[in-house]
Design a binder for this molecule. Structure first.
Ligand code: 26Q
Length: 818
């Protein structure tokens, strides 16, 4: 009999080839001769999943039986990227895979490229969740990721003939999904609507109107070389059949049926907005759907088979991390479950709930803080509304007893009274959990001083920081194999993949001429690879002798893609009119990657401008060989994995005090790019670690920004002071980038000149000046390489393993399970 409890042992090339062949026959219905690359991909994925399943069972069993508290990471987004190459790496099967697939007559990289990318997130927050589940498994922590399997992920971005963004549906499941395993047996019922009535002994009884079946789709999360395989459980919504419907026994039959039929819509599509939440009913349904299913799932898992489970022990078994406010409805839900389903009294339930949840905030923008109309919550979740009101009342009493004045109390209310009563989810999260953390040192400080000031004054011990991190497996080892080999050679071991602080050992090599030389060769080879990839995929012809300068992130005014494009225009104008010294300017290829929320007009207009600047600049023989602009469409994880290793200059130029952390900045530094950036988010800590000499700092700081707002900011002052800026804006306004249409970008130019909330005008001159310095440094290739090596060497702190260790020590108070 096979011992399913043994951690996965290794597999030979021959074993793997045989398993793939068998799967091709049994599951794909083809022999190796007829198989296409898609068949081989699917077969390999299924074989790897099967192979990992014994370790997975073992880890799950040990989690339930052991006495180490588990982590439940609750996130509406997990931007996991392609699975195959990562699973192979973490399971130690990369070489065997390459051997086996070649024997079958296929090219390994073609097999890997066949996999569609699951786009189950918008950007940084979703990718962070994916890095964290990788680190939890790699460190051996018993943990679940809990989220939603959207049928349509983030839209596929295309550009029309005018350079405008067009959104196309991302039907990523069309060819099946070998990684996700639907587990109907472990479904959960999630209910909505209806009323609350009085029950026996003062109990309140929720009589919901309609329910939906939450079916888990399980993804295996193999740790890197840890033997542990955790679960990422993404819920999908299914309708109940008529039989179940009948049990509702309602007089209003059609009224009951119609919402039921619509139930599957709940997980149909990911909302493509990543700020300014709209308070839409379906979004609230999504949030409650996955959180309710997850909480019940955790209870079922940890109290399996217990007739009378004692849920007061819940905080010893699991802690839930709330990834932003999206899962915060979990706080009243756990209260409801404890009280209404398990008969626990309010005070005990409240104590258990507060000890079970913690909350991570990812923003500073006030408009990004989720607020739900009480009316909507009352319609959809009437019992939860009662509980939230009671939490608020109890909280207000507590503030009164602390002697806080009435205005202070009004500012802090979770539930704002009145006809348009609102529920402030960030406040509910702060009150209903143990810890609140920001995602970079500066961000956590600003949370305490500004965004949640009253709360940090009343509860100073609640607030802490965990600076974000990124997984070195996907973003160095997989994305940049050449640099990985060089690092391993330089350090004499590949321990760094487990312990990224080991990169410090590269410091002396920054002064070793032969290492510097090889480092430069790695970057050059990566640039050539990217040029080939981009030629293939986008039809670009990129000059690899130019400096590769990248800005890849969501399109947002606060991130200031406009600052970059205005600087490009200014440079273009200077080359054309001869005011730039042609012998001095450094030839560049500027890359943008960015999706805009479909309803965000300014962001979409900026995309159109960038595309048209690219068209005009790239078609102009006067700047050929000096300046080129590329905007590959549909920026996603795959593009990031190709472009980051090839990039030399990384743009992190948000207005100070607006970017909570950034994680792209970490990926670039670890891949040997230098940053040009403001003192914002994690840039601050990157600069501290890599050294001020190895970071191109410019621009206003948080205090300068605040002072300018207070004094009355006037963008015209800066426009008048810099003729390059005037010229660039004129060109946008005069139709240069719109075939003579002077109206095309009016919304942008008028904002710059009159409003400019994010102070792009104020930072323009400093940005142009630092670019001079950048070019001078770049023209000393050894000096540039030395700085880049020091960036790599000092960035080990930005591993998601370190971030998870911070969470374990400071917030979760738990540990790996040996
Ligand atoms: C909320 C309600 C309704 C619809 C959508 C949303 C929504 C969805 C996604 C709100 C926000 C997001 C995503 C936010 C995000 O990605 N924030 C980024 O998080 C990163 C990880 O901490 C940070 O590095 C970035 O600074 C931060 O912008």
């Amino acid at each position: 009999m096979v011992d399913v409890t043994a951690p996965h042992a290794s597999l030979s090339v021959e074993d793997l080839r045989k398993r793939i062949t068998t799967n091709l026959q049994h599951r794909q219905g083809v022999g190796p001769k007829e198989a296409t690359v898609a068949d081989v991909y699917k077969a390999t994925a299924e074989v790897i999943r099967d192979y990992l399943s014994s370790s997975w069972l073992d880890a799950t069993r040990r989690m339930v039986e052991g006495n180490v508290k588990a982590v439940g990471y609750l996130s509406a987004e997990f931007l996991i990227g392609r699975q195959l190459s990562n699973a192979l790496l973490n399971a130690g099967l990369t070489d065997q895979f390459e051997g086996a697939v070649k024997e079958l007559g296929f090219e390994p990289k073609d097999v890997i490229a066949t996999e569609p990318e699951p786009g189950l997130g918008n950007g940084g927050l979703g990718r962070l969740a994916a890095c964290y589940v990788d680190s939890l498994a790699s460190l051996g922590v018993p943990a679940f990721g809990y989220g939603i399997q959207y049928r349509y992920g983030i839209f596929r971005q295309e550009f029309d003939g005018q350079g405008r963004q067009v959104e196309k549906p991302d039907y990523w499941l069309s060819e099946g999904n070998p990684w996700g395993h639907e587990d109907f047996v472990r479904s959960q019922r999630v209910s909505f609507g209806g009323t609350v009535v009085d029950g026996e002994n003062g109990a309140r009884v929720w009589k919901p109107d309609w329910s939906v079946r939450a079916v888990p789709v399980d993804y295996l999360v193999p740790g890197y070389d840890s033997g542990r395989v955790n679960t990422l459980r993404l819920w999908t919504a299914k309708s109940y059949d008529e039989f179940d419907l009948a049990t509702f026994n309602r007089s209003d039959y059609m009224g009951a049926v119609i919402p039921q039929v619509d139930a599957e819509n709940i997980t149909k599509v990911l909302y493509p907005e990543d700020s300014t939440p709209q308070g839409k009913r379906l979004r609230l349904e999504q949030q409650y759907f996955f959180v309710s299913a997850s909480i019940h799932d955790a209870i079922r898992t940890f109290y399996a088979g217990e007739a009378q489970p004692d849920l007061t022990t819940l905080p010893d078994k699991i802690c839930f991390q709330l990834n932003d406010t999206h899962p915060v409805i979990g706080i009243p839900e756990l209260m409801r479950v404890l009280m209404d389903e398990y008969g626990i009294d309010w005070d005990t339930a409240w104590d258990v709930t507060r000890r079970t949840f913690n909350y991570t905030c990812h923003t500073l923008l006030p408009e990004a803080l989720e607020v739900w109309p009480a009316k909507l919550i009352g319609e959809l979740l009437p019992r939860h509304l009662e509980i939230i009101k009671a939490i608020n009342a109890q909280f207000v009493e507590e503030l009164e007893s602390k002697g806080i004045d009435p205005e202070g109390i009004d500012r802090m209310r979770i539930f704002t009274d009145g006809p348009d009563a609102q529920i402030r989810m960030a406040y509910l999260a702060t009150v209903g959990g143990s810890y609140v953390n920001g995602v970079a040192a500066l961000h956590s400080q600003l949370l305490k001083d500004v965004t949640l000031k009253d709360f940090s004054a009343a509860y100073p011990d609640k607030f802490t920081n965990v600076t974000n991190g990124v997984t070195p497996r996907r973003f160095i080892k997989l994305a940049n194999p050449r640099l990985s080999d060089l690092i391993t050679e330089g350090l004499g071991s590949d321990r760094w993949i487990h312990d990224l602080d080991e990169l410090e050992g590269l410091v002396p090599l920054a002064d070793d001429a032969s290492f510097v030389e090889r480092f430069r060769k790695v970057k050059d080879a990566n640039k050539r690879d990217f040029a080939a990839y981009a030629s293939d995929k986008f039809g670009f012809s990129i000059d690899t002798g130019t400096m590769f300068d990248s800005m890849i992130k969501r399109l947002h005014e606060y991130k200031r893609q406009s600052l970059k494009i205005l600087a490009v225009i200014a440079e273009y104008a200077a080359i054309k009119d001869g005011s730039a010294d042609v012998d001095e300017i450094q030839p560049r290829s500027v890359f943008f990657g960015a999706k805009a929320a479909p309803g965000y007009a300014m962001a979409k207009l900026t995309i159109r401008l960038i595309n048209n600047v690219a068209r005009v600049v790239n078609d102009d023989p006067a700047v050929k060989g000096k300046l080129a602009v590329y905007f590959p469409w549909n920026y996603n994880i795959d593009l990031a994995e190709h472009l980051i290793p090839a990039t030399e200059l990384d743009e992190q130029i948000s207005q100070a005090g607006k970017e909570a952390s950034g994680t792209g900045n970490m990926k670039f530094a670890l891949n040997g790019a230098l940053t040009v950036g403001t003192l914002d988010g994690a840039n601050v800590e990157i600069r501290e670690r890599v050294g001020a000499d190895n970071f191109f700092l410019f621009g206003l700081e948080v205090d300068d920004v605040e002072k300018l707002y207070a004094d009355g900011y006037d963008p015209m002052k800066y426009v008048h002071a810099d003729s390059r800026l005037r010229r660039a804006i004129d060109m946008v306004a005069d139709g240069t980038f719109s075939n003579g249409d002077r109206n095309a970008y009016a919304a942008l130019t008028s904002d710059w000149l009159t409003h400019d909330y994010f102070m792009t005008m104020a930072d323009f001159t400093a940005y142009m000046d630092i670019q001079k310095e950048i070019e001078e440094t770049y023209q000393k290739p050894d000096e540039w390489a030395r700085k880049a090596i020091l960036n790599v060497a000092h960035s080990g702190f930005f591993s998601s393993d370190r971030a998870i260790e911070d969470y374990l020590r400071d917030i979760w108070h738990t540990q790996p399970q040996r």
